[in-house]
Design a protein around this ligand. Structure first.
Ligand SMILES: [Zn+2]
Length: 273
């Protein structure tokens, strides 16, 4: 399955990746000689023919996860593109990706590649994109903003307005702070790696922040009454999601609750070097 769309000057390629009978969406974005993230290796038979037709000078990576970096090695080798990422992830990207097997099934195996550091911005052929550090989903997470165009490439900052589950490495209070950071910028349209083009991007980010703030209050008030993290999880999220099962609990609502109870906004939790 694949679909190409044009939104003003942004072209998108939508692919679906599966493990067993579960499907996840991924959206690749091309604008002005720049590719935002490189997409999962598992969809290379769809993605590479799309990329072959393009002049790609710059690849701006929002974070090191394999669904975003899967074709970076190919882009470097075959297209001679310059690859950029947050400086803390240059080292991990030099090596072949190491992650649980269900992620290999969904996204494929990421080869190592050489990336250069993004400091404050990244350049496409005609535009400058501010790179805003927005940790929480991952420590290195960046979003790219051009206020003149009103465009935000949001990586995995948004994904869904009402999350109920998270990866064990994620920090929800840090995500909330990162959304507040982005809302200080003049952005309208949002391009999300898993939800696609969102014309009312600002509104949807505000919606997610409001939902997380309410959820934060509700979970803390249960915790103040003496409920444990596990009891709060059982009470609020009694049904296990398919992702929890397929990921062998790397994704779990209990991580979401624990992060809200325990984390201070920071560079993220349980950070592995
Ligand atoms: Zn990610």
């Amino acid at each position: 399955m694949m679909k190409i769309n044009q939104h003003g000057i942004v072209e998108s390629l939508h692919v679906q990746c599966n493990a067993g009978n579960m499907f996840l969406n991924y959206f690749l974005y091309y604008i002005d000689g720049m590719l935002v993230d490189s997409g999962p290796k598992s969809s290379k038979d769809t993605i590479l023919p799309f990329l072959e037709t393009k002049e790609i000078n710059t690849v701006a990576l929002t974070h090191f996860h394999e669904d975003h970096t899967g074709n970076a090695a190919w882009l470097q080798r075959e297209k001679g593109a310059r690859i950029y990422i947050h400086p803390m992830s240059i080292e991990i990207c030099r090596r072949k990706g190491e992650y649980p097997s269900y992620r290999h099934e969904f996204w494929g195996s990421r080869e190592g590649f050489d990336a250069a550091a993004i400091r404050t911005n990244v350049q496409s052929d005609h535009y400058t994109w501010e790179a805003i550090h927005t940790p929480g989903h991952s420590r290195d997470h960046l979003v790219f903003i051009n206020e003149e165009l009103g465009i935000l490439f949001s990586g995995d900052l948004f994904v869904t307005p009402k999350p109920k589950i998270s990866m064990w490495q994620e920090s929800i209070p840090t995500v909330m702070d990162s959304i507040r950071t982005v809302l200080a910028y003049d952005v309208k349209e949002m391009y999300c790696a898993h939800a696609g083009y969102i014309p009312n991007g600002r509104e949807m980010l505000e919606k997610k922040l409001n939902y997380l703030e309410e959820t934060y209050e509700e979970i803390h008030s249960l915790h103040d009454k003496g409920y444990t993290v596990e009891e709060i999880d059982e009470r609020r999220y009694p049904t296990a999601s398919p992702l929890k099962i397929i990921s062998n609990k790397e994704w779990d609502s209990v991580h979401f609750v624990r992060s809200i109870v325990e984390d201070e906004p920071s560079l993220g939790r349980h950070v592995k070097s």
